[in-house]
Ligand binder design. Structure first.
Ligand code: ZN
Length: 137
């Protein structure tokens, strides 16, 4: 039975990374690990480790993405919560069997991880991302 291991990250939608870093890094004192552009997702991400988890500041690099539309509609704010699981395929089968609405029917495979999204309609309004980290071959 697949299980949730921990909160991997909390993602905050922003329209200006430097502006957002002013609070998270400069005012709060957290350390910026690195900034990464993810062309496949059309986002730029600032990774800020917090203990065993991370805060990710996520900025759209195109006006056409769901993330960009989210900001246009609601402004910046909490975008999703990511739970790390030990077996994402098993978890999706399990959730589907329980009637949970999934955005991703199948996990998307990216370098080092597999991910999928659960529909906020099934999660009290929170977009939930699932991650399974893949060990480097
Ligand atoms: Zn995420």
């Amino acid at each position: 039975m697949s299980k949730v291991i921990k909160v991997n990250h909390v993602a905050i939608a922003v329209d200006d990374l430097e502006g957002a870093l002013k609070f998270w890094r400069d005012d709060l004192g957290l350390e910026l690990d690195h900034v990464e552009t993810v062309p496949s997702e059309k986002v730029e991400v600032a990774f800020i480790p917090v203990g065993d988890s991370e805060i990710e500041l996520v900025k759209p690099t195109s006006d056409e993405t769901g993330l960009a539309k989210f900001i246009q509609k609601r402004g910046m704010g909490l975008h999703h919560l990511c739970l790390q699981v030990d077996d994402i395929d098993g978890m999706l089968i399990n959730l589907r069997a329980k009637g949970v609405r999934l955005i991703s029917e199948e996990p998307v495979e990216l370098p080092g991880r597999k991910m999928a999204f659960i529909h906020p309609g099934s999660t009290n309004g929170v977009l939930v991302e699932l991650y399974e980290l893949l060990s480097e071959a």
